[in-house]
Design a protein. Structure first.
Length: 147
């Protein structure tokens, strides 16, 4: 019985240390994210572009969330450390005209290039999640619709 208690306490301490390490790692991250409102062709309304992301130390992910209570993530791409521009994010569904989205930078906690919503936490800036919003307008002709 005593051995079981010691093992349970050891496991709890390891978990607490891991959470603390994750928090410390988060504090070491620097991130920037820029995104603009955009026009999408009605025939290609499942691809948005994030203007610029910067992560250090990285790597990380840029993802796009719906503007709902649940903030469902509907698309993401991995990014390397440093600056990345013109980041294309394929959405899991077509955007709707006038729809608002939120983009975020997530750290790649395992540094394995595999997005895991449970461990790859959003990066914060000044104590707030870095989360710029953008609106999508659908058009049927013009520049976004030309090949």
């Amino acid at each position: 019985m005593r051995r079981r208690i010691i093992m349970s306490l050891t496991a709890a301490l390891v978990l607490i240390a891991a959470c603390g390490e994750e928090s410390e790692r988060q504090d070491d991250w620097t991130a920037e994210l820029e995104v603009s409102d955009q026009e999408l062709c009605e025939d290609a309304a499942d691809l948005v572009v994030i203007d610029r992301a910067y992560v250090d130390p990285g790597p990380g992910f840029v993802d796009v969330h719906e503007d709902t209570d649940d903030m469902d993530m509907i698309g993401y791409v991995p990014i390397e450390p440093g600056e990345t521009t013109e980041i294309e994010v394929e959405l899991q569904r077509d955007a709707e005209d006038g729809e608002l989205f939120h983009s975020m930078v997530h750290m790649d906690a395992a540094e394995d290039g595999v997005y895991d919503q449970d461990t790859d936490h959003p990066v914060e800036k000044d104590g707030e999640i870095l989360m710029p919003s953008f609106e999508v307008t659908l058009v049927s002709e013009g520049e976004p619709c030309e090949d």
